[in-house]
Design a protein around this ligand. Structure first.
Ligand code: CTP
Ligand code: MG
Length: 260
């Protein structure tokens, strides 16, 4: 299959947005990763997906969300001039959390929705529901989108090696873990901006390896609520994920968003 052609950055085609007068939240979109596991030869956020760069799908959903005002996007160095009027661009950091922290510096609203560009199937409805839920719950520091686990979950005796290659042909099951309490965390994750700032400011080594932002807020003692979200809000990590996202988006285009 020929490798798709795309410019190493991308130029946003999105029109400038009319901002709500009193937005409840800003958004920070993390789009500064290198996309190594996708293996497309450049940043994942700019890979073509159903006719437009992957990140544009998220930008469109945030533009449509009623409760979102300013959108800030963290992009790889050198791409910051390409974002156009769709969002304010900042240069991302070495880790995902550092990219989020860079975006957070520009946030002035009380709430912030953090989202990975790698989840192009996010909807404006989901974003608004999450923000509304946090506005309704003054006791909580954050609300995250998450899907209930559907696979049976095994805990192995051995940890997974970083290179994925097990020395003795594979690990051994230690136990089957009950799924009753288990959720797969997604983005968007909506935070009280002050709570997220505070947790990103503490313990740099932990921040550098965090795979989501809520875990930092949880660690600091903040209450994090789960908002059940469709598994369809999948994360594009591998070429297979990209293919699935492509099929879902293509079908939505022909049958409408309620088709799956
Ligand atoms: N991300 C980021 N800054 C980084 C690393 C990641 O903004 N330094 C963003 C990615 O662009 C992505 C999201 O965080 O939207 C989730 O990260 P992941 O899926 O791991 O993307 P990549 O880091 O690009 O992929 P890989 O780990 O395969 O290199
Ligand atoms: Mg990564």
């Amino acid at each position: 299959m020929p490798r798709p052609t795309w410019t190493s950055c991308w130029r946003s085609a999105s029109a400038p947005r009319r901002l709500p007068e009193h937005p409840a939240a800003s958004a920070v979109i993390a789009a500064a990763g290198s996309g190594e596991r996708l293996g497309a030869g450049g940043p994942k956020a700019f890979v073509p997906l159903a006719g437009r760069p992957l990140v544009e799908w998220s930008l469109e959903a945030f533009a449509r969300a009623q409760s979102v005002g300013p959108v800030i996007i963290a992009v790889p160095a050198g791409c910051e001039d390409r974002v156009g009027d769709a969002a304010a661009a900042v240069v991302g950091g070495d880790s995902r959390s550092e990219s989020v922290a860079a975006g957070l510096e520009r946030v002035e609203t009380e709430l912030v929705a953090v989202h990975d560009a790698a989840r192009p199937l996010v909807t404006a409805e989901l974003i608004d529901e999450l923000i509304e839920k946090l506005l309704d719950r003054p006791d909580a520091a954050a609300v995250i989108a998450a899907a209930p686990l559907t696979d049976t979950v095994k805990r192995a005796r051995e940890p997974r090696p970083a290179n994925g290659e097990f020395p003795h042909g594979g690990p051994t099951v230690a136990e089957t873990v009950s799924r009753d309490h288990l959720w797969a965390a997604q983005t968007p994750q909506v935070f009280r901006t002050a709570a997220l700032r505070e947790s990103l400011d503490t313990d740099p080594p932990r921040v550098a390896v965090a795979t989501d932002d809520a875990m930092l807020v949880e660690k600091a003692g903040g209450k994090v609520l789960i908002h059940p979200s469709p598994a369809k809000n999948l994360k594009v990590t591998t070429p297979l994920d990209l293919r699935i996202a492509e099929l879902l988006l293509a079908r939505e285009r022909t049958d409408g968003p309620e088709s799956q």
